[in-house]
Ligand binder design. Structure first.
Ligand SMILES: Cc1ncc(COP(=O)(O)O)c(C=O)c1O
Length: 391
């Protein structure tokens, strides 16, 4: 299929049910079989979606079809959250004695899963520096089964060279899975760049409206089938209504990302010019240390940026109070602009220390730029910076 992503988001599913342009919500946990033969077939078929909803549901199938079309994958499944996706994937692919590699800067939930939970089951891990593919050569071992990448990474927007990391991983017999939450398949398609698997917190841009928690795993049929079998045991099941809402969100992903991309770019440029802004992290800026790499592997730079202003954490909190159009909330990828000070979310000392070591300042503000009118957003930031000025 040669359609562009915007078209795939609308036509990537071939499921046409009951003649309705929009499929109904199959709010059912169980499906009737007309005969014993049909029952046995539904009970044993891979990706069975008319048997028992933990196995699958027509609403799951439809949204998964659109996601595989968008990611250029053979197959996808949906889960109840992004953490449901990564946990199911990791527990399916890893066994006792295996080794997994994660980025030093990655979503803390992923670090927690690997270092606190998988560790208890005899799965060891090492960190890599996302800006240096050679750091993978230093830590990879014969028993490394999985390399987990995230790009751009949250909250400092570092960019990982997917092709270069995949090359090292594959030469050493390891699989590569990429968290594509922040970029979305509109801006970046990791499978085309050599990754084996992609996962998402679909809670973010894919759903897009802060009203659904969901996850996606996409990749080759054989691997996704193996992961689906583990999914039956883990049970991170997306409710049919949430699958329907997720699909509704994905239908407009392309136009939303267009606005997220241009609003974030305009705001990053304006902030960079402001005399009371110390640093802006956004891969679309020519001053970003990996801007060339971002340009090579992304078609847009996304809606997430972070920055520090003069005055540290105290000023940052005042700035968040003074913003009229940006809500203080711990998520990203919404149509509404959302911001947090990541340091305020640090729940334990270890997490705090590792983030500080990676350059996350106490006063850093992470901003998920929404799709509000650009002029209004720019005006709002200008007034909030003026109102909290230390000059
Ligand atoms: C980059 C990234 N990956 C994964 C997750 C986890 O997703 P969820 O909250 O849907 O479980 C998040 C959540 O913030 C995230 O930002």
């Amino acid at each position: 299929m040669n359609d562009l992503p915007g078209t795939r988001a609308l036509h990537g599913d071939e499921v046409s049910r009951e003649g309705a342009v929009v499929a109904p919500i199959f709010q059912a946990t169980t499906f009737a079989a007309a005969s014993n033969k049909e029952f046995l077939d539904a009970a044993t078929r891979s990706f069975s979606d008319e048997f028992y909803t933990r196995y699958g549901n027509p609403n799951h199938t439809q949204v998964a079809e659109v996601m595989s079309a968008l990611e250029g994958a053979e197959r996808a499944i949906v889960t109840a959250s992004g953490m449901g996706a990564i946990s199911t994937m990791a527990l399916s692919l890893l066994s006792q004695g295996d080794h997994v590699v994660i980025q030093r800067t990655t979503y803390p939930g992923t670090t927690n899963l690997v270092t606190n939970l998988l560790y208890r089951f005899g799965i060891s891990s090492s960190y890599v520096d996302q800006i240096d593919p050679k750091s993978l050569e230093e830590v990879i071992r014969p028993e490394t089964r999985l390399v987990l990448l995230e790009t751009p990474s949250n909250p400092l927007l570092g960019v990982t060279d997917i092709e270069a990391f995949a090359d090292v991983a594959h030469r050493n017999g390891s699989l590569v899975a990429v968290d594509n939450t922040v970029a979305t398949p509109i801006n970046q398609r990791p499978i085309e760049l050599g990754a084996d698997l992609v996962w998402h917190s679909a809670t973010k841009y894919l759903g897009g409206h802060s009203d659904v928690s969901a996850g996606v795993i996409a990749g080759p049929s054989q691997l996704v089938e193996q992961i689906w079998r583990t999914h039956l045991a883990i049970g991170s099941v997306l409710g049919p209504i949430d699958a329907w809402l997720l699909l509704r969100g994905i239908r407009t992903l392309d136009v939303r990302m267009d606005r997220h991309n241009s609003n974030a770019m305009a705001l990053a440029e304006a902030l960079e010019q402001h005399p009371e802004i110390v640093e802006v992290f956004y891969p679309g800026l020519s001053t970003h240390p990996q801007h060339d790499l971002a340009k090579a592997q992304m078609t847009g730079f996304g809606g997430l940026l972070s920055f520090t202003a003069t005055g540290g954490a105290k000023r940052a909190d005042h700035l968040l109070d003074a913003l009229r159009l940006t809500t203080r909330a711990p998520s990203l990828g919404s149509v509404h602009s959302l911001a947090t000070r990541p340091a305020a979310m640090w729940s334990d000392q270890r997490q705090y220390q590792s983030q500080v070591d990676d350059g996350v300042d106490e006063g850093l503000i992470r901003l998920s730029v929404g799709i509000e009118a650009q002029e209004d957003l720019l005006k709002d930031f200008a007034q909030a910076l003026d109102a909290t000025s230390l000059a």
